[in-house]
Ligand binder design. Structure first.
Ligand code: GLV
Ligand code: MG
Length: 352
């Protein structure tokens, strides 16, 4: 037998470490806002960001130059002290360097020992298989015990290698610490040898062409989404494990229309949120990952029409049954969660 027994799966991995969570906390995580913590000017805006974003993340990995890794780590710990994250209810996360890098050990140990009370989630990049999660799991348990933490820190893996993709289900199930998985389209494209220099989104060469026209006129063609398979598979792996799926970075900051469409496709397929790399993307993510008021209105009509969730009802000519009741519940529950944090949307949903 190569798996832990059910009872052992939920035991702490170190004496004195907190008990693993059996259920994930229900939190609104429409966007994970990336902050380069070594830049003092950007760091100064962290309290403002904590008001705007659902999750603020101190990024220690890619995009942080090698000679700024120590400063970024110091900055991340400083960020932990700048806001009362737990009281405020805004998520405080950090993306650490990969397990094989010279920075991983210090990133994780300092974060847990010096910012562990505030830190919700450690984002682990370039996860190749469940063994990466197991190693980090054991290491963090040791540190939690040393720090005397009462609440376990969760893990979020980035899906950005072909092997990680092939083992995504095992990664999702590797530990009760797993909170979710994000797509990493840049690293994944490189590892797969996809021929694109873009970070997420479509590509003008990736398309389907209509059949030839009899009169020989120009054939219509349309771009396709090269990320569809990856996102759909990631969502299945995550939801099977009872954790959350997230889109990831959209690199063309100026192209807000394409960004919005990519986010929306991910939302419709089941993702809970995305990354924001620029304040403008926080607004896009808020718009996309909160259900539309007319959808909420229809969902609530379904729930009202079938109070015990069984049977059949017709609404505007559309058949409703136990399954559509569950679909409606997903949207209505999300609207309730959004309403707790967002008074404007709360009003729009109440009016709907
Ligand atoms: C994110 O880390 C990516 O590689 O796309
Ligand atoms: Mg990456």
């Amino acid at each position: 037998m190569s798996q832990k027994t059910p009872r052992n799966f939920f035991k702490p991995l170190a004496i004195g470490a907190p008990d693993p969570m059996r259920e994930l906390p229900v939190r609104l995580e429409r966007m994970i806002h990336f902050v380069p913590p070594h830049l003092e000017k950007v760091r100064a805006k962290v309290p403002q960001m904590a008001d705007q974003a659902d999750v603020v993340l101190a990024n220690l990995e890619d995009a942080i130059p090698a000679d700024a890794k120590d400063a970024a780590r110091d900055g991340a710990i400083e960020m932990g002290k700048m806001v009362g994250w737990q009281a405020k209810g805004t998520g405080f996360w950090s993306r650490v360097n990969p397990l094989n890098s010279p920075w991983f050990q210090e990133d994780v140990s300092r974060l847990v020992l010096e910012a562990g009370e505030q830190l919700d989630v450690i984002m682990l990049p370039k996860v190749e298989g469940p063994w990466d999660i197991h190693f980090a799991d054991q290491y963090v348990a040791q540190l939690e015990a040393k720090a005397g933490l009462k609440r376990p820190i969760l893990f979020h893996a980035i899906l950005e290698t072909a092997q990680g993709m092939a083992l995504v289900e095992e990664i999702a199930l590797a530990s009760p610490r797993m909170q979710g998985i994000s797509l990493g389209p840049a690293d994944l494209a490189a590892d797969r040898k996809m021929k694109t220099t873009r970070v997420g989104g479509g590509h003008p060469y990736y398309r389907v062409v209509d059949d030839p026209n009899e009169d020989g006129s120009k054939r219509e063609s349309a771009q396709q989404d090269p990320w569809h398979y990856t996102i759909a598979r990631m969502v299945d792996a995550c939801r099977m494990a009872g954790i959350n799926a997230f889109y990831g970075p959209f690199g063309d900051i100026a192209d807000s229309e394409a960004c919005e469409q990519q986010f929306r496709n991910a939302f419709l397929l089941g993702c809970s949120g995305t990354w924001s790399l620029h304040p403008s993307q926080i607004e896009i993510a808020k718009r996309v990952f909160s259900p539309a008021p007319d959808e909420v209105k229809f969902a609530r009509r379904i729930l009202e029409a079938m109070p015990d969730g069984t049977g059949v009802a017709m609404l505007d000519g559309k058949m409703q049954d136990d399954a559509t009741w569950k679909q409606a519940k997903v949207i209505s529950d999300l609207a309730d969660l959004v309403s707790e944090k967002d008074p404007e949307l709360a009003k729009a949903y109440a009016a709907s």
